[in-house]
Write a protein that binds this ligand. Sequence first.
Ligand SMILES: [Zn+2]
Length: 302
Amino acid sequence: MHFALDAGHGQSSKTAGVYDPGAMLQGHEEHKLAVGIVDDLEAALVALGHRVYRPTGLFTTRDDKAKAAGVDFYLSIHFNGGPGTGSEAFVNRTSATPQAKAFAADVSARLAKIMGIPDRGLKYADWAVLSANKNDALVEVCFPADVKKYLANKDAVTLAILNALLKANGLPEVASLEGGTDMYWLIIAIFGSEADASGFAKWCAANGIASQTSGAACIAHGNDEKSRAAEAEAERRSGVCPWGRVYTTQDSYKHFSRRAPYVVPEAVVTSDEGRVTELENALEEIDKHAHRIIDIVDGEVS
Ligand SMILES: [Zn+2]
């Protein structure tokens, strides 16, 4: 999946280029605390095979940038200022999805439990930063009065946010921030139809496996009209060129010329133990749908 992670503040919401630390929490800047969490979340999500986009710039434009990047979920990390105690999470008052609301309620409860502070729960707001995406949520980890409890539980708090995010997106939770290994496997297959391809993609989603399907990807390195149109469609859908990691231009042309539609499921598993079983299951499933398996790549994420 594709996640947007915003470390709150860092730049003035009014004037470009002016630094804004956000709230001060007993000598700790809100923005720097948020960056610490977002850095760890990004590393964990990438290790799990997901894509992460980090919008920057004027605060109010960040969720619009995330929307333009085509993310599935936009998460902004903040800490509260002023008096008070507890964790809370905000969603848009009018446009929030059930998924975003469930995430907000869940993450607030998890954080409160870990830090031993009140669960202020799901809150609603009209902020511009929570308006653009299908799923937008903003977490206020804690107040200045709670910051020592946060610092004592930093990794557990980050893991709780990660797991709430995974759960809200129908993905399996992980046991630690380093829970994913850097091993992966990648199946490249051609499907007979887009219906078959989306059938396999749905199976991947239900099993917590990252997949990517596209009409024809780099087939446009070939030299016919149909290929070029297919590549444009693939790029429109996926935003990336999935062949890039495995095939050279020549290879992709040789393998995929004059076969359409082409689909690339990219599957990433997260633990060595689960790895073999997941690969076996995926191969069994792909057999039901795929026209031909082109390659199975097994290796380490660089
Ligand atoms: Zn803030």
